[in-house]
Design a protein around this ligand. Structure first.
Ligand code: C5P
Length: 307
């Protein structure tokens, strides 16, 4: 018998290359059509046997992550245990590099990583389809964090189809804001904005973006980036306009607010251009800090402690 004392999983941040949002549903969620894209900015989650379930968090924004049952990673542990009632206690340690409440699905990623780690630690034997189903119960973006790559999401974002695209690597610059946005508040702001305009149509996949992704041409991808939540995020966090404008002025191929924000993301033509853009943006004083990341990145994966 193999004894596993701890399992460490690495999980990527996500961007939305397109985020089309439909009208609010009866359950409070919105139907989406989105193109998820995982990038090489990773959290690391370790699961170890413990008498009781618990979580500790270190790194970027750790003080803003709940350390109780509200923690998404612990909610994922509970969701998996519902399928394995005799599973023992576990302590989850989260080393954060993905900023919290930044529109990068860091919390959802931590939940996905906890699922993968506990499935291994407990020898759960759940395969990707079963894990994806459990993930969808924990949050809208959790299933994508398991999958990684580039994928079209529908429903609440949990119904995924991998995008068929050449193996192009895209080079991104992420501008982290000095502040946070709450996802439900951004959706609510969008609903208010739309109440003053016409009722939104059912969301649809942007053919220009899909054809840009198939071509692997970063210039075309940059031009096709879109996010229906962006006007709402900008209304709540007007300083982001300046950040987006600065990145475009500095030569980004495209710019948008990531998910519900407030992180702004910029597509660069090459790794060198991304380096230049990151340096210039951090000098321009339009954000708290910058990072570079490439995508698509793989989904949640065990990096140590595998059986
Ligand atoms: O599913 P998750 O907990 O990540 O969603 C956070 C919040 O974002 C939801 O409570 C809801 O307010 C909003 N949301 C939404 N429609 C979606 C996904 C999220 O309205 N498709």
């Amino acid at each position: 018998m193999t004894i596993v004392t701890g399992v460490t999983v690495r999980v990527p941040a996500k961007l939305n290359l397109q985020l089309a949002v439909g009208p609010p549903r009866a359950d409070g969620y919105h139907d989406l059509v989105t193109v998820f894209h995982a990038v090489s900015l990773f959290d690391e989650i370790t699961a170890e046997p413990a008498r009781r379930d618990g979580v500790s968090v270190s790194g970027e924004g750790a003080d803003r992550v709940p350390a109780d049952g509200d923690n998404l990673a612990l909610r994922a542990v509970s969701a998996l245990r519902a399928e394995m009632p005799s599973a023992p206690g576990v302590h989850v340690t989260i080393a954060k590099r993905i900023p919290v409440a930044a529109g990068l699905a860091g919390g959802s990623g931590d939940a996905a990583a906890a699922l993968v780690a506990c499935n291994e630690l407990w020898a759960g034997g759940f395969g990707p389809p079963q894990l994806a189903e459990i993930a969808a119960r924990v949050g809208s973006d959790v299933a994508f964090a398991l999958l990684g790559g580039t994928a079209v999401g529908r429903g609440r974002g949990e119904q995924l189809t991998p995008a068929l695209a050449p193996a192009t690597q895209y080079h991104w610059v992420l501008a982290f804001a000095d502040g946070h946005l709450s996802t439900p508040e951004v959706y609510a702001a969008l609903d208010r904005q739309r109440a003053r305009e016409q009722v939104p149509a059912e969301p649809g996949l942007d053919p220009a973006l899909m054809s840009a992704l198939r071509s692997g041409d970063a210039r075309l991808v940059g031009r096709a980036l879109s996010n229906d939540l962006q006007p709402a995020a900008l209304s709540l966090f007007p300083a982001l306009r300046k950040t987006l404008a600065a990145g475009l002025e500095l030569g980004a191929l495209g710019a948008l607010v990531s998910g519900s924000g407030p992180t702004c993301v910029f597509l660069a033509a090459s790794a060198d251009r991304a380096l230049d853009l990151a340096a210039s943006l951090s000098g321009a004083g339009v954000c708290r800090s910058v990072a570079r990341a490439s995508g698509p990145a793989p989904g949640a994966a065990i990096i140590s402690g595998a059986r």
